[in-house]
Design a protein around this ligand. Structure first.
Ligand SMILES: Nc1ncnc2c1ncn2[C@@H]1O[C@H](COP(=O)(O)O)[C@@H](OP(=O)(O)O)[C@H]1O
Ligand SMILES: [Mg+2]
Length: 428
């Protein structure tokens, strides 16, 4: 054996020796790393990549880091698509209701419970459900209206169809996102009836009130187009289109807010996603306008606070509300307005407290009258409960069967308000 060959063999065996040491060392580091909960998986694979020197692992690591980052981003904008579709659907439906609002004849008919419904209610419901079904076909829908009456009244059906087929947003992309036009009048009736879910505690369920405050709508006052998404009984997304509220969030809640509505400077969309805050934006006719974050106004002195309630004495006991306000030390008279516009108004600090006191033991509030408003107020820093101080339970069907009345106020004073509500109700 030549001296050169011996040298080569020694070099090779020492190389193998160092490789073995390096391998054992790597193994120890890996085991330690696995047991250390502080080391994240991307860092683990980074360590592994250094140990093995594999370029492939480095690529995989970077990819896994990118995936983590985009997943985190997605989590922070959860329900982004639902929110966009919901706001555009409400904006388009509100456009339809505004056309009816300005007509003298609103195609009003009486429902079985004697409450009024107009061609605006049916048309808005058709447009919203069609947008939801185009985007989320397997979601269920709890909506206020049904098409039975329209199947027997062809002239009324045709009047609604004329409205529905000619109401569009002036934005091609927005219209496309909403799934475009409904095929014909019969398809429209079927779409209206897709809002017949029983509701409940499981899965994704939308709730629609196409015109909340129909009596206000007929009087020329406040009304709202309302849409909420519940997941497993919890409201995740809420949108309210209020065509007759001032655009300006800072506009004080004037006593005549419930009457004398004009288009000038009016029309706002309130929206909220659970855990992401509440927003207002001008109600438009095309794509969505830019939104602004809204928050409830802190109440420093009860004597300066304002409260709102229903215009309709049959919907909320105004006498009891007056006693509660007096006991709280509120000196201003109540602001009366129809619909969930009340929730939106207190959420942006234009008003402070919303009182809805039961007028009968048997009436069950409907989930579509409260889902969107409840979330918007809570996301703006408020608390919403029934008169006993329990959170509204949207998981028990089409009505709030477990709750009586609604009390909404800034979170900091909500307990104080409930205490007074119970004292006054206890004396009844
Ligand atoms: N006895 C009652 N108590 C409470 N709410 C009632 C009621 N009778 C009807 N309502 C609901 O009150 C809603 C209007 O609320 P508000 O008084 O805040 O404007 C109505 O919605 P619609 O107008 O969509 O039918 C209707 O569902
Ligand atoms: Mg309603």
């Amino acid at each position: 054996m030549t001296v050169d060959k011996i040298k080569q063999q020694k070099k090779a065996s020492s190389h193998t020796f160092y490789s073995k040491i390096l391998f054992v060392f790597s193994l120890i580091v890996l085991i330690l790393a696995i047991f250390s909960s502080r080391i994240s998986f991307p860092r683990l694979s980074l360590i592994a990549s250094h140990l093995t020197g594999s370029a492939n692992t480095i690529t995989a690591t970077s990819r896994s880091t990118i995936t983590t980052t985009s997943t985190q981003k997605m989590a922070s904008s959860q329900y982004a698509k639902e929110l966009e579709v919901a706001q555009l659907a409400v904006q388009r439906a509100a456009r339809l209701t505004k056309r009816v609002f300005h007509e003298k004849a609103k195609g009003t008919v009486s429902k079985d419970d004697k409450s009024p419904v107009t061609i605006g209610d049916f048309g808005a419901q058709a447009l919203i459900i069609s947008a939801l079904k185009a985007n989320f076909p397997s979601d269920e829908i709890v909506a206020e209206e049904e098409a039975a009456q329209l199947r027997e009244d062809t002239p009324l059906r045709d009047q609604i169809w004329e409205l529905v087929k000619s109401t569009k947003l002036d934005d091609e992309a927005a219209e496309q996102l909403l799934g475009g036009a409904i095929k014909d009048a019969d398809a429209m009736l079927e779409i209206i009836d897709q809002g017949n879910s029983k509701g409940g505690a499981k899965g994704r369920i939308w709730t629609i009130d196409p015109i909340d405050g129909t009596k206000g709508f007929l009087r020329g006052g406040q009304y709202a187009v309302c849409l909420g998404l519940m997941v497993d009984g919890d409201v995740k997304v809420g949108v309210l289109g209020c065509p007759n509220l001032p655009v300006d969030d800072a506009a004080p809640l004037a006593a005549d807010i419930g009457t004398n509505a004009t288009d000038e400077g009016r029309g706002v969309i309130f929206s909220a996603v659970q855990g992401q805050g509440a927003t207002s934006r001008p109600l438009g006719t095309a794509g969505l306008a830019e939104g602004k974050s809204i928050a409830m106004k802190p109440i420093t002195e009860m004597s300066n606070a304002s409260f709102c309630e229903s215009v309709e004495a049959g919907h909320s006991d105004q006498g009891v509300a007056g006693q509660i306000a007096q006991k709280l030390g509120i000196t201003k008279p109540s602001v009366r307005m129809d619909s969930q516009a009340k929730y939106g108004s207190i959420a942006r600090g234009a008003g402070d407290i919303y009182l809805r006191l039961p007028t009968s033991k048997s009436y069950q509030e409907k989930i579509w009258d409260h889902a969107a408003g409840d979330l918007i107020v809570r996301e703006a820093g408020g608390q919403v409960t029934d008169v006993s101080g329990n959170r509204l339970d949207f998981s028990v069907g089409r009505t709030l069967a477990e709750n009586k009345g609604v009390i909404a106020a800034p979170a900091a004073v909500h307990d104080q308000v409930i205490k007074v509500v119970q004292e006054v109700l206890g004396q009844q």
